[in-house]
Design a protein around this ligand. Structure first.
Ligand SMILES: Nc1ncnc2c1ncn2[C@@H]1O[C@H](COP(=O)(O)OP(=O)(O)OP(=O)(O)O)[C@@H](O)[C@H]1O
Ligand SMILES: [Mg+2]
Length: 466
């Protein structure tokens, strides 16, 4: 801190004013007691000098204090000046120092709060956009950066969101209108459905932002809604077809075929098939819903997959034989137990073998192999990667599946050739059930197929611990 240049004229003026009572006393002594004027002048000079000397330090301390306070106000880190001990100036300096300390603490608390708010703003999962009064983007959070694919700061909102409804709502709110909201679709960078709401924030001394635009991604919810609606439509359709057939035959049996025993036998056979198809569909739907319900709780027990594979192959052998096919079973004797629920794993084996027999060419062989897993597929999760795993592989020599169908094969009711699947009595739920069971077992399903040659379905499962 530089030494303040306190002005000498001010010192002299003050000393003069303070010496005025002395002048009055001296004047009385000159006039009444005959004190010589020169002596009186000498005495006054002495008093004047003494007063000037006395107030000089006080004035200097006051100037130091003023300079120090000015430095602090300007944000400086000046050390307190050295003042006359036990003086009023020193007391003031100590109070200012305390004030300064409290102010520093408050500033630190405000800075921490601002950092905390910043962190909150950044980590909120919904995209947020702060706008200034001219509709320019002041700031966006991380989620908004991910949504837009770039930082639109300092640009007009229209640079990233061209939707007229959003821009009109922003203009209205910025013009002082009430909060607004709605839904819209964003075609780029990836198609999304979003809900928006825009609200005024009021002026802030720390930011030029006066309104906040909050976006909520509805894409996943909309997809789920569509899937649910599709599922209900598909299930109803699957049930309606055999039901219509059944009702048609009942009418025929009551009417034209009433007295035709041969037709009646044939029709009853068809009705039985259709009834069984409906029963199978309902059975599959219930089984899928049960598996989905406990998909988040992995099975607690262990299962002997070798035994399950042998039983599954035995059960399917008559069906294979009916198509002049054979089932070739190969089980590695070192295969460990797997962490799993036996009846669900039996369903996996049965559904995969059923498909291989149904969609394999007549007279060919279906192979089922159970081995210690080698390299895991990309979609393998942490439970599979954590330790030893086994792989169950079912291969057929059939028409195979074109690559464009592979990603959708495990969707409910998805069939490559619906007419063929239905004519074979399929419900289109077999692979969906397999996928959910494998998911519950923390395993992975990999499908490979060469059109014209055949398909291979591999199920990877974690071995039981210990
Ligand atoms: N091994 C395979 N070879 C060729 N296509 C297959 C094979 N396995 C499944 N697919 C195709 O995948 C579709 C879905 O199979 P999924 O097992 O889910 O249903 P499905 O066999 O038609 O009926 P379900 O199994 O419920 O009786 C089948 O309709 C078929 O088009
Ligand atoms: Mg099937």
């Amino acid at each position: 801190m530089t030494t303040p240049a306190f002005a000498t004229p001010r010192l002299l003026r003050r000393a003069l004013v303070l010496s005025l009572p002395t002048v009055a006393v001296l004047a009385v002594m000159v006039l009444s007691y005959g004190l010589h004027v020169l002596v009186a002048a000498g005495l006054w000079l002495l008093a004047f000098a003494a007063i000037a000397l006395l107030i000089r330090r006080t004035l200097r301390d006051a100037a130091h204090l003023a300079l120090w306070a000015r430095n602090l106000a300007a944000g400086g880190e000046a050390t307190p000046p050295r003042l006359v001990p036990d003086s009023a100036a020193e007391e003031i300096a100590s109070s200012v120092a305390q004030l300064r300390h409290a102010w520093h603490d408050r500033q630190a608390a405000l800075a921490a709060l601002a950092r905390w708010n910043d962190g909150l703003f950044e980590t909120l999962p919904d995209p947020l956009v702060l706008l200034d009064r001219d509709r320019r983007v002041v700031r966006v959070n991380r989620a908004a950066l991910g949504l837009f694919g770039r930082d639109p700061s300092d640009r007009d909102l229209a640079a990233v969101l061209r939707t007229p409804a959003v821009l009109a709502a922003a203009d209205s709110v910025l013009a002082g209108g009430p909060a607004e909201g709605g839904e819209f679709d964003l075609p780029v960078p990836a198609e999304r459905s979003l809900r928006f709401s825009i609200e005024s924030l009021g002026p802030s001394p720390a930011s030029s932002a006066v309104a906040v635009l909050v976006l909520t991604d509805l894409t996943a919810i909309k997809r789920m809604e569509r899937m649910r609606a599709d599922f209900v439509a598909n299930a109803s359709h699957e049930l309606r077809t055999p039901l219509a057939t059944l009702l048609g035959f009942i009418d025929t049996l009551r009417g034209p075929a009433r007295d035709d025993p041969e037709a009646r036998d044939r029709f009853l056979g068809i009705m039985h098939d259709q009834g069984s198809r409906m029963a199978r569909l309902i059975e599959d739907l219930l089984s899928l819903s049960r598996i989905e319900q406990d998909e988040h709780t992995p099975p607690a027990g262990t299962a002997d997959l070798g035994r399950i594979v042998k039983d599954g192959a035995d059960a399917l052998t008559p069906l294979a034989a009916a198509r002049s096919m054979s089932i070739d079973v190969g089980i590695d004797p070192r295969i460990p137990l797997v962490a799993g629920q036996a009846d669900q794993l039996a369903q996996v084996v049965q559904n995969l073998l059923d498909n291989a027999v149904k969609y394999g060419r007549q007279g060919t062989a279906v192979t089922i192999r159970l081995e210690i897993a080698g390299p895991l597929p990309d979609q393998a999760g942490p439970a599979l990667r954590a330790g030893p795993a086994v792989v169950l592989r079912v291969e057929d020599c059939g028409d195979g599946i074109a690559p464009e169908h592979l990603p959708r094969l495990t969707e409910r009711f998805y069939r490559v050739d619906s007419a063929r699947s239905r004519s074979l009595g399929g419900t289109g739920l077999g692979l969906a059930i397999v996928k959910h069971i494998v998911g519950r077992h923390r395993g992975a399903l990999a499908i490979q197929s060469i059109p014209g040659r055949g398909s291979a379905f591999s199920v990877f499962l974690p071995a039981a611990a210990g």
